[in-house]
Design a protein around this ligand. Structure first.
Ligand code: ZN
Ligand code: MN
Length: 134
């Protein structure tokens, strides 16, 4: 039992390291492929379960883009994302979170608005330069 717990901790730790080592906002499948290099017997289900635990504990963020797969972000601090409609890549935007939007939404609704999500879309620099897809 003790060994099992330690093992879970190691798997979870590795998943977190993989996510924190990239800014590509990967899918669970990608995380699974990376973690499997060091922990060959890990299952995709285990990766999903650990991603859920990490998300619920506030260590990572899950990004939902409509009907496509969830993407994961090792940076749990609120920030904005840009999704390229040409290549599908998701980028961090160097743009401060607009806290005044929460106040404006609170004032217009009478609700207590604590945070918001805002997504940006268009064409990334790589795609504008004609080399978005490798
Ligand atoms: Zn692009
Ligand atoms: Mn991000």
């Amino acid at each position: 039992m003790k060994g099992k717990n330690l093992r879970m901790t190691r798997q979870r730790q590795r998943i977190l390291e993989v996510l924190r080592s990239t800014t590509s906002h990967p899918t669970a499948d990608w995380v699974y492929e990376q973690v499997r290099r060091e922990i060959p017997d890990i299952s995709l289900g285990t990766v999903y379960r650990n991603l859920k635990v990490l998300k619920e504990s506030g260590e990572i963020m899950e990004l939902n883009y409509g009907s496509t797969f969830s993407r994961y972000d090792g940076n749990p601090v609120n920030h904005y994302h840009f999704q390229c409609e040409e290549c599908g890549r998701i980028y961090d935007l160097d743009l401060p979170v607009q806290e005044e939007l929460n106040r404006a939404a609170s004032q217009s609704s009478g609700f207590h608005v604590t945070h918001h999500r805002l997504e940006f879309y268009g064409t990334c620099r790589a795609c504008l330069a004609g080399n978005g897809r490798e």
